[in-house]
Design a protein around this ligand. Structure first.
Ligand SMILES: [Zn+2]
Length: 132
């Protein structure tokens, strides 16, 4: 090998190394995205178990409205909102949020204008999440 080819050789090595690093970087970014999605899902699970399951026994005052009636209404709201959280667009663990709480405004429990689809993460950030 001629001596004046050495810089060229070094240049090629660096270009090659750079390409490898770029590929690795892309892989890491993809992994990172995946992990971020997993974290979001898990966070949803954590909140779901922490709040929903625990409070499930003492269902609030929906006595006058039958479960069946409310389920139909709930479905109607979800359909209206295209089965997406109206805050962040998530399609995961959707709930119907009552803008005016069910406790304070039981008459608005089945009022379409008082209801909005939220994922449990966004729902948990609302003021009256614990009272609905
Ligand atoms: Zn959301």
């Amino acid at each position: 090998m001629k001596e004046n080819n050495l810089p060229m050789l070094a240049y090629c090595e660096i270009i090659k190394e750079n390409a490898v690093l770029k590929k690795k970087n892309k892989e890491l970014q993809r992994k990172n995205q995946k992990l971020k999605a997993q974290i979001k899902d898990l966070l949803n699970e954590v909140i779901y178990y922490k709040y929903t399951k625990k409070n499930h026994n003492k269902r609030p005052e929906t006595k006058r409205i039958s479960q069946k009636q409310y389920e139909a209404f709930r479905k109607q709201i979800l359909e209206r909102d295209d089965y997406r959280c109206q805050e962040c667009g998530s399609k995961y663990r959707l709930q119907v949020h009552h803008i005016k709480s069910r406790r304070e405004h039981p008459e608005l429990i089945m009022d379409e204008d008082n209801c909005i689809t939220l994922c449990i993460t966004c729902h948990s950030k609302t003021d009256n999440f614990f009272t609905t």
